[in-house]
Design a protein around this ligand. Sequence first.
Ligand code: G3H
Ligand code: 13P
Ligand code: ZN
Length: 338
Amino acid sequence: MPLCTMRQMVDHARKKKYGVGAYNVNNMEQIQAIMAAAKETQSPVIIQASKGALEYTNLIYLKHLMAAAVEENPELPICVHLDHGPNLKTCQEAIALGFTSVMIDGSIDYDTKTPEGKHPARSFADNVRVTKEVVDYAHQFGVSVEGELGTLGGIEDETHTDKVLLTEPSQVEEFVKTTGVDALALAIGTSHGAYKFKHEPVLAMDLITECRKRAPDTAFVMHGSSSVPQELVAEVNKYGGKMPNAMGVPIASIQEAVRRGIQKINVDTDGRMAITAAIRKVFMEKPGEFDPRKYLGPARDALQALIASKMRDFGTAGHAGDYRVKSLRAMKSFYAKH
Ligand code: G3H
Ligand code: 13P
Ligand code: ZN
């Protein structure tokens, strides 16, 4: 069963108590690396593309690269997801491309700007309205939907939106019931990018437990889950990079978040760093190199190693087979009835 909805995956992850990584992709090498890691560790996988990724690849190229991943890996459960959909129109575009899951980031109004040039945070009522609109549309096609309550830092920080707010647990039940979302992104203090915490990471872990009580049947998502490993920062800088020291989300915190109720774990930045370190290394060590395969190849290998270790750390490894058994059972019972 190669193509899955996000709902199928997160429901399975919730039942079996593991986290499933959602990894951002923009090009062939990233998709190949993530798929190779999923194959190596026998993991279900969510490959996700942002609006920026869709624009960068001109939609149609990404669609066919995603399709290639599915065709090449008929044994692996794969979900193709739109990350941070800004509005219904972009979600509709992703659904038309064949995505099996979309996120509507209704916490921020991406279509409006304040006089200071920032996107305003949406009110709860407005977030409910836009999210429900996407759910009503997507569910007609069997496509899963992720919503968001609260705002993160990074792409949604003070430079981008006018407010950074943690999720308010008292709003969770009403949001989930009224919108019908399959998964909900919680803002617990993480942010996007490589500069999440200047010192010790501070995360509102209790908030996950609190929200889990309010919405026992909805999957929860943790954005901004890159760990920004210090070895990787050092590696980038060793080869001429200039990344300041900052901290990401420790693996132990992600594992605790999974125990408390997170199922989907979004990672982009760590992958970008692994790719950058590998390319910088080639350019520093072999300044005469100009065959793109000679630097994109090592970048792909480095990304595969990074994602495979995350799949093991998140507990995803080894779960691909569970889906096969399930679909085999479904097939057997189908043929028994027909
Ligand atoms: O959530 C943000 C992801 O890292 C995607 O970033 O919008 O630059 O593609 P992007
Ligand atoms: P990072 O920047 O921590 O990798 O987060 C990515 C993300 O949340 C994508 O939606
Ligand atoms: Zn995100």
